[in-house]
Design a protein around this ligand. Sequence first.
Ligand SMILES: C[S@@+](CC[C@H](N)C(=O)[O-])C[C@H]1O[C@@H](n2cnc3c(N)ncnc32)[C@H](O)[C@@H]1O
Length: 209
Amino acid sequence: MHETAYEREPGYAERYRDRRFHSGSGESTDRAERAALRQLLALTGATDGPWLDAPSGAGRMSAELPGPVVRVDRDAAMLAAAGPDRPRACASVHALPFADGTFAGVLCHRLLQHIPTPVERITILKELARVGRGPIVVSFFDACSLQHLRRRVRRLFGKKRSGRSAVGRARFLAECRAAGLEPIAVRALRRFVAEQTLVLLRRTEARLT
Ligand SMILES: C[S@@+](CC[C@H](N)C(=O)[O-])C[C@H]1O[C@@H](n2cnc3c(N)ncnc32)[C@H](O)[C@@H]1O
C-alpha cells in the first residue's frame, strides 16, 4: 500500500505508523533509511540544541536525531499518532512557526518526492534553512533509478499516477544550492536501483546573528 492510500481512510495515521514500515518491503526500506540517516549524522559531529523533524509523520525517524526533537506535520492525525512524548506543532513546512536559526539541525524526510515543482521544493528548502543553524538532512526521489523507470513504464501502460515526483541527482543538488544550501554528502538507499536518496546539507552563508 503506498503512502497516499493511508490518507483516504479513517485510521490512516495509525496504519502508517504500525504497518507502512513494519510489513513487506517496508521493513527493509525502514532499515536502509535509518542506516543512511545515521551515516550522514555521523558526518556532522556533535550539535548543541533541538532538532526539527518536519514533516515528522507518525514520528518514525525522530528517535534517530541527536538531541531533543520538535515534531512538525500539517496533519494533526499524524502528530497524534506520533504520541505526546515530544513537543509538536501542526504547521506547514512552507511557513514554519519558528524564529530564524531556532534549530541545531533539521530533518525533512519523505516529503520532497510529493512536491512536483522545483520552485516549490526550493521554497521549502529555504524555509528549512531559515529555521536551522546547523546540518540539514533532506530526502528526495532520484529519477535515475530502476524504481523510477518502472513507475514510468507502468504509467505508460495506464497505471494511475502515484503522486510522487522524482528528479535527477544533479538537478536536485542544484535546487539545494539555489536555496542557499551546500551539499556535503549523499546516500542513496541503492544507487540506480531505489529512488530514495538522502542528502546532508549546510547553509552556504554563515548566519551573522
Ligand atoms: C510520507 S510521510 C513521512 C513522515 C516521516 N518523515 C517518515 O519518514 O516516516 C509525509 C508526511 O508529510 C506531511 N506533509 C505533507 N505536506 C506537508 C506540508 N506542506 N507541511 C507539513 N507536513 C506535510 C504529511 O502529512 C505526512 O505526514
